[in-house]
Design a protein around this ligand. Structure first.
Ligand SMILES: Nc1ncnc2c1ncn2[C@@H]1O[C@H](COP(=O)(O)OP(=O)(O)OP(=O)(O)O)[C@@H](O)[C@H]1O
Ligand SMILES: [Mg+2]
Length: 481
């Protein structure tokens, strides 16, 4: 089975109701997938002391399109049959979300052999419900509706719990939890609360806290939890890794479909990592340059008048889809340290050749640019610029692919050991704050797609610093005899 990222293992010393859930799932036409069976088995463990459910709370986090809601349907249907007059709630973000899912369930159950244990469903706009012959009933509700009134029931599911703030979520629990003991007494069956969701964002304050408590091992002993998704060392852009850790991979869809899903998230890598890796989207998680280092290595910008005869190299970088071109100067100071300074952020790449030519000629300075990646096209155009005699207009500092992969790390090392500073600039600060790393083995470069803002300003500084440290010798290479 798909490896879990964390959670409660099955305790084989306890009997479980899981096989009965499996039977209901089969009758509903969705026989349990292995991960669904694990959840049903653990959540269905029976306390030998009380003879009813051991767990009162079930917390389930999986990627999207795993079969969470379908599992809840099977469990709810089974739950309706523990005894007469049971109340089962299915809550989602809005009444429409809950209702849309529930209407599908109604169709499924009414077309199944289980229709025989149901009575006619209510289809009213504000009153959807599926009653059973034994008097039990399953009802979808919107979280907002329920939050004001509280629910008393035998099973309640908060599906899509990532959408809840801590306050809203707790209001619902405050209404439900105190009634659990009363219902246990009245029915003999331990009521259960299920909280199910894919990871959300930093705003998912309710679900985040629940999951974080479990991950720290601080959940109540009556809570079981299940966490499926990509472990922290894995790259969400690696589709084979997604196939390994998504519990519905190869069961509900295959790798070629996964490629299509991935294509839909082209411009939204954080959304992809969340939906298919079940990674919380906390904005940027792997900042290329940490905030403290960045803030303590700022220096005053250098004006052209102050430049004197200090050597300069221009770093050029292009954002993904060629939306912007940034140009930075790497200035070699008399003490050998390098100051990097963002000069321009141009729209697109169209104006870049003229401006770069002007700068290089004015300051008699070479340029450095990545000849592959997003800057490849601009790089070609710059390399092909020739003067009247057919000589290249711009001189370049040679940089191969392996060199390029060192530019980020050497920039950070330079900042840390005081040999590189960056001239204070709000656009450059924003770029540093929003630029993430992308690892390739032990090396990293700026992740142009994985970042949340322009990466070209920071990348152009990294290139300028590298270029300044590797600039061609004016009088030929240094000879040592
Ligand atoms: N055991 C199963 N057998 C066959 N099909 C299943 C099974 N479980 C789920 N499915 C199907 O897979 C699809 C996704 O299931 P479901 O909507 O339950 O997933 P989910 O995890 O709730 O997704 P989302 O995060 O988008 O809400 C549905 O079409 C559902 O019918
Ligand atoms: Mg769902």
């Amino acid at each position: 089975m798909t490896p879990v990222r964390g959670g409660t293992p099955r305790n084989l010393e306890r009997r479980t109701d899981g096989p009965i859930v499996a039977r209901f799932a089969q009758l509903l036409g969705t026989p349990l997938l292995p991960w669904q069976q694990l959840v049903a088995d653990v959540a269905g463990e029976i306390d030998p002391v009380t003879g009813t459910y051991y767990y009162d709370t079930v917390i389930l986090s999986t990627p999207r399109q795993c079969g969470k809601s379908t599992l809840v349907d099977a469990v709810d249907t089974r739950n309706s049959q523990w005894g007469p007059d049971r109340f089962i709630y299915y809550l989602a973000q809005t009444g429409k979300d809950a209702g849309d899912h529930f209407k599908k369930y109604l169709k499924t159950i009414q077309a199944s052999p289980l229709a025989d244990i149901t009575t006619r469903p209510y289809m009213g706009a504000g009153d959807l419900r599926q009653p059973f012959v034994n008097g039990s009933v399953i009802m979808p509700k919107s979280v907002t509706k329920v939050a004001g009134h509280g629910v008393q029931g035998d099973k309640i599911t908060l599906d899509e719990a990532f959408s809840l703030s801590e306050e809203t979520g707790n209001t619902i629990l405050d209404g439900f939890m105190p009634t659990m003991a009363t219902r246990l007494k009245a029915t003999g069956v331990q009521p259960q609360l299920w909280i199910t969701s894919t990871e959300g964002t930093a705003d998912s304050t309710f679900f985040n806290k629940k999951l974080d408590t479990c991950r720290k091992g601080e959940q109540s002993r009556r809570t079981c939890w299940f966490d499926f998704g990509l472990p922290s060392g894995e790259d969400p852009e690696d589709l084979d890794a997604i196939m390994r850790y998504h519990p519905a991979a190869g069961l509900l869809w295959d790798k070629s479909q996964l490629r299509d899903f991935h294509e839909q998230f082209r411009d939204n890598p954080a959304g992809w990592a969340r939906a298919f890796g079940n990674r919380r989207d906390e904005g940027i998680t792997d900042r290329a340059i940490d905030e403290t280092t960045w803030n303590t290595t700022a220096t005053m910008p250098v004006t052209p008048a102050e430049l004197g005869d200090r050597p300069v190299v221009f770093g050029i970088a292009v954002d993904v889809d060629a939306t912007h071109t940034s140009i930075s100067a790497g200035i070699v100071n008399s003490d050998g340290t390098i100051t990097t300074q963002l000069l321009r952020i141009l729209d697109g790449t169209g104006y870049a050749p003229a401006e770069i030519t002007r700068l290089c000629e004015t300051y008699h300075a070479p340029a450095v640019i990545d000849e592959r990646g997003t800057a490849a096209d601009l790089s070609d155009r710059l390399h092909n610029l020739t003067d009247r005699n057919g000589d290249p207009v711009i001189e370049f500092v040679d940089m191969d692919a392996a060199d390029f992969l060192t530019t980020g790390q050497s920039y950070v090392s330079g900042l840390n050991n005081g040999t590189i500073k960056h001239a204070a600039d709000p656009d450059l600060d924003a770029s540093a704050a929003n630029s993430a790393r992308k690892w390739a083995g032990d090396a990293w470069r700026l992740s142009r797609r994985g970042s949340t803002g322009l990466t070209s300003p920071l990348e152009s500084c990294m290139l300028a610093a590298w270029g300044a440290a590797h600039r061609p010798e004016e009088a030929g290479p240094l000879q040592i005899y």
